[in-house]
Design a binder for this molecule. Structure first.
Ligand SMILES: Cc1cc2nc3c(=O)[nH]c(=O)nc-3n(C[C@H](O)[C@H](O)[C@H](O)COP(=O)(O)OP(=O)(O)OC[C@H]3O[C@@H](n4cnc5c(N)ncnc54)[C@H](O)[C@@H]3O)c2cc1C
Length: 469
């Protein structure tokens, strides 16, 4: 196959790039390892219910132009919904996003007094240069909220105590990191106008977004190949030559890669030098086991979309009920499917647990958290290897080393959540794709160049992305 542009990975980043580039007249081939499109943002069906890879929402902070395109692709199926989650704190449930009156009603008075004392002392704790995640959040939010929520949640999400996590993680992941910001956010929520309160979600599951992008890409002329793992990339003099696990060859004028950055380093020729290779090996990803339990009772199981579980005692971080994210007549009424997210390390005991053991873990968490009883009528398990980049202190040097190497590759651009080792949301991955295509000047195969200057400017913008929960 001979194309202007080859795209590695059919997640939101790869598919949006393929669609935009094909629409502009480039010949495009998308190569995807999995048997279906969508990457982490895909949906699939369990016992007749469309489910996602954990709780997924399209955040309203999405670029207006991209949202407009998605509205055109999805029509009325892209619904605007009110968030309705719950957070387990101090052994009680509080609504999430947080609401002041409910917080005051639900939390133990002793805890409220401590949080208030921490808030009053915030100016004294100011730390302009925190050395780790724990220091950044203890200074901003105060020790009470850190010990009750953010500290234990960090251990579950990334497998590390906050003292071993880079402070960049706090900047990228915790939007409301001071009492003032929390208060502002709560007021926005109360007024009902706030970004934190609504989200977009398609009628047929979050994956309807990527399916619509895939259809649009194919309609614009892109070739889309699933079950096609790329195992070799040769950046020759004027073309990029790809080899797949099936032995096929693809020759491209330009390559967009959205696969994990360390894998790009391992399969590319010329290989990174020794120092960059060493850095490649030091970039770690947290994995995730997703446990889907069919509840054989009437839907909904609860009226909430997601239950957040920061507390130690269960490895589960969140239990969501996908059908509650949308209004769809196709969802059955006599059953519902729940999805429990369990971050872990690939190969550890959680990763290797049997379906029965994992279902038992979910049942225990449900019982231990005062959730309604489950009538388990089926268990389905999925395992994702590359989920959260781990920002262990020191990761920045390793990332800079690999990134500098990737930047030297002719006709290769890496982006997307895994391609840039970032925690980004889907709307960030889509924005990267739009910027990458904007930097494609004319037909790469005809010798026109990629606009590296505008791409570097876009990369600087991506550094300001903050993840929405
Ligand atoms: C539990 C969870 C909850 C989330 N919640 C939200 C949310 O609420 N809102 C939100 O906006 N985002 C959320 N996200 C993030 C969202 O899923 C990602 O931002 C988005 O999927 C990133 O898109 P991407 O295209 O960059 O990467 P991916 O979706 O990871 O796609 C990369 C693709 O590359 C393929 N690939 C890898 N190696 C190869 C190879 N060698 N050859 C060919 N193909 C390869 C993979 O199979 C995959 O399909 C969540 C993610 C998780 C895990």
């Amino acid at each position: 196959m001979n194309v202007d542009l080859a795209v590695l990975g059919a997640g939101p980043a790869g598919l949006a790039a393929a669609w935009r580039a094909a629409s502009q007249g480039h010949s495009v081939a998308v190569l995807e390892r999995a048997d279906a499109v969508g990457g982490m943002a895909a949906s699939f069906t369990v016992d007749g219910v469309r489910v996602d890879h954990g709780s997924h929402r399209l955040h309203p902070s999405i670029d207006r132009r991209i949202l407009g395109d998605l509205h055109e692709l999805l029509g009325d199926d892209l619904q605007r919904r009110q968030r309705n989650g719950r957070l387990r704190v101090a052994g009680r449930w509080v609504g999430f996003p947080l609401r002041p009156a409910e917080l005051a009603r639900s939390l133990p008075p002793g805890m409220i007094a401590k949080v208030a004392r921490d808030a009053a002392g915030a100016p004294l704790r100011r730390d302009g240069n925190p050395s780790h995640y724990a220091a950044a959040l203890r200074a901003g939010l105060g020790p009470t909220l850190y010990e009750a929520l953010y500290g234990p949640y960090a251990v579950k999400l990334w497998g590390l105590p906050g003292e071993q996590i880079d402070p960049e993680q706090a900047r990228r992941r915790v939007t409301a990191d001071t009492p003032v910001k929390i208060a502002k956010r709560m007021l926005r929520v109360r007024r009902g106008t706030g970004q934190g309160r609504v989200f977009y979600y398609p009628r047929r599951g979050f994956g309807q977004i990527v399916e619509a992008l895939a259809d649009a890409a194919v309609a614009a002329g892109a070739s889309l190949r699933c079950d096609t793992e790329v195992t070799g990339i040769d950046t020759g003099d004027d073309r990029v030559e790809l080899t797949t696990a099936g032995g096929e060859r693809v020759s491209a004028g330009q390559l967009f890669s959205t696969i994990p950055l360390p894998i790009l380093g391992r399969i590319t020729t010329p290989a990174p030098d020794e120092a960059a290779l060493e850095s490649t090996a030091r970039l770690e990803f947290r994995s995730m086991v997703l446990v889907y339990l069919t509840h054989g009772g009437a839907r909904p199981w609860t009226r909430f979309d997601a239950h957040y579980l920061p507390q130690p005692g269960t490895p589960i971080t969140r239990i969501s009920e996908p059908a509650n994210y949308r209004d769809s007549s196709r969802d059955p009424h006599d059953r519902t499917v729940l999805c429990a997210e369990i971050p872990c390390d690939a190969g550890d005991s959680l990763w290797s647990s049997s379906d029965e053991e994992l279902a038992e873990l979910v049942s225990e968490a449900v019982t231990g958290c005062d959730l309604p009883p489950l009538r388990t009528a089926g268990v389905h398990v999925r395992r994702l290897r590359h989920v959260y980049p781990i920002y262990r202190t020191g990761y920045r040097d390793h990332l800079a080393g690999v990134d500098a190497w990737a930047d030297t590759l002719p006709r290769v651009t890496t982006f997307g959540r895994l391609g840039l080792f970032a925690h980004d949301n889907t709307h960030h991955a889509l924005a990267m794709a739009y910027d990458a295509v904007a930097a494609l000047r004319g037909h790469a195969a005809r010798g026109d160049s990629f606009d590296t200057e505008s791409w570097h400017a876009a990369r600087r913008r991506f550094a300001n992305h903050v993840v929405e929960d």
